[in-house]
Design a binder for this molecule. Structure first.
Ligand code: UD1
Ligand code: CA
Length: 471
């Protein structure tokens, strides 16, 4: 989508460093593929490139490169062109960006991000790019009470002169609290020249990207710092503890955005969204709920405590009682207006429930359509079924939809009443308005309006003597 600003802004290449090992995660999974809000860390960083309408993203991979590259290819990144540059071995952040050089387009600006820093906001990066303005070296910086381990911003007066890594810093420099976030915006042609001049004569014998600052100063190129106060935006993930901390920050922000829109969350600290949650007015969500994939909640929907809802559309006024599990996966689940679901209900892919449907406790519905007002209130299974209006489906009844090789459909026409503990052996059709006696195993179609019973006839033996225990 070409907007006015993107056609006048300098060309933007985003380099994402993602070659590091992430030893402290103590995991076989590459660090940047660990999930935050249900999406890989690297996915969040690539989302920023999408939001900035970057001309290209270059992902620098190394540890677990095959896995990382496959995962990126599977991500939805609308409109973003992305390429990979391998960095083997990993000789530092400057060396990482050197690997991206052959892919960088001429001119414009390069924005350097890290694949393990997921919460930087697009607005912050836009301000950084504006500070760079295609001509300056712009650094994102932050004041930290405990700056141990970070690169320090060394100033002379107000002017930024260098970044000194913690391990190379003097005692005096270590007292400085302004740190480099790891994020910079650089005019691409200047970056090329500076990267060619990096060396590894430092405490870690690494090629430091941060050394471009002193090269810029030597070349008389202006260096500007955009200092922010929000530490979460530049926080990296190095351990499971840090991942969990950032997860809470992320969820807190999602919760806040929903509440500002009018959604009533019983407790924003006990709420998790791992995907896209779209809410109408007057939605209420009780504690402990998890939303995954794309979920839409219509006006006035209420979600009880401890529900998991994934890939579903729930229409206005529906109530989902506590402990309900809904997952539409690829097929989706639809819940109609004013429907009542749960507690302890399970809606699986292809469950399509019309208005005023009631699904009660321990009822499972899969790939089935229920018309307006149909009810299955207790302990039942409906799979591959088409259920008419106002049908009442008794406790303990099931559709036997699978013959061991193929699935078959069950059609229950309008106003049928299925008693308790029935087995409906598909393929089968129950005619409109019919009644099926409790305990029946139905293997043949039933005529409309009829009572159908298929079970042993009741027999009573008079004066029956019960066996007695032998002495
Ligand atoms: C870097 C900065 C430091 C800054 C800090 C912020 C340098 C030299 N130092 O520290 O000033 O305060 O970030 O977090 O840049 N990576 C590669 N290949 C490599 C090395 C790193 O892809 O050879 C990736 C890592 O996977 C990570 C990112 O680059 O995603 C940053 O690396 P990390 O080791 O965390 O940064 P530091 O060098 O400690
Ligand atoms: Ca580090």
């Amino acid at each position: 989508m070409a907007t006015d600003s993107s056609s006048t802004a300098p060309r933007l290449n985003v380099v994402i460093m993602a070659a590091g090992k992430g030893t402290r995660m103590k995991s076989a999974r590459p660090k940047v593929l660990h999930r935050l809000g249900g999406r890989a860390l690297l996915g969040h960083v690539l989302d920023r490139a999408v939001q900035l309408s970057a001309d290209q993203a270059i992902v620098v991979t190394g540890h677990g490169a095959d896995q990382v590259e496959a995962a990126v290819q599977a991500l939805a990144l609308p409109g973003l062109q992305s390429v990979f540059a391998r960095q083997e071995p990993q000789l530092g952040t400057g060396h990482a960006v050197q690997q991206a050089l052959p892919h960088l387009q001429e001119g414009g600006v390069t924005l350097v991000l890290s694949g393990d820093v997921p919460l930087t906001e697009a607005a912050t990066l836009k301000t950084l790019l504006a500070a760079c303005a295609g001509t300056r070296l712009a650094l994102l910086t932050l004041d930290m009470a405990d700056p141990t381990g970070y690169g320090r911003i060394v100033r002379q007066g107000d002017e930024v002169r260098a970044i000194v890594e913690h391990k190379d810093a003097s005692d005096e420099q270590r007292k400085m609290t302004e740190i480099y976030s790891g994020i910079m915006a650089v005019p691409t042609n200047l970056l090329r020249g500076w990267l060619a001049r990096l060396d590894n004569r430092n405490a870690q014998q690494e090629y430091y990207l941060t050394d471009v600052v002193k090269l810029a100063v030597a070349d008389g190129v202006a260096v500007v710092a955009h200092r922010i106060a929000d530490a979460a935006q530049v926080a990296g993930v190095n351990s499971p503890v840090q991942l969990a901390e950032l997860e809470r920050v992320y969820q807190g922000r999602r919760a806040l955005a929903l509440m500002e829109q009018g959604v009533r969350l019983a407790d924003p600290a006990r709420f998790d969204v791992r995907g896209e949650l779209v809410c109408g007015p007057d939605v209420e969500i009780d504690v402990g709920c998890v939303f995954e994939g794309r979920v839409e909640l219509g006006a006035g929907v209420r979600i009880g405590a401890h529900c998991v809802v994934a890939n579903a559309r729930i229409a206005a006024g529906a109530v989902i009682h506590p402990f309900t599990h809904i997952d539409g996966e690829a097929l989706g689940v639809e819940v109609g207006e004013g429907a009542l679901i749960g507690p302890f209900a399970r809606l699986r892919p292809g469950a399509q429930l019309a208005a005023e449907v009631h699904i009660g406790n321990f009822v499972e519905v899969k790939n089935s359509t229920l018309a307006r007002g149909a009810k299955a209130n207790h302990l039942a299974y409906l799979g591959d079924a088409t259920v008419g209006e106002r049908v009442n489906y008794g406790a303990g009844s099931i559709t036997a939809n699978y013959d061991g090789a193929n699935k078959h459909r069950t059609v229950i026409e309008a106003d049928v009443h299925v008693g308790s503990n029935c087995v409906l052996v598909a393929p089968i059709t129950l005619g409109a308005g019919g009644t099926v006696g409790g305990g029946s195993t139905i293997t043949k179609d039933t005529p409309p309006g009829a009572l159908s019973v298929a079970r042993g006839k009741q027999l009573s033996v008079a004066n029956w003597q019960r066996p007695v225990k032998k002495k």
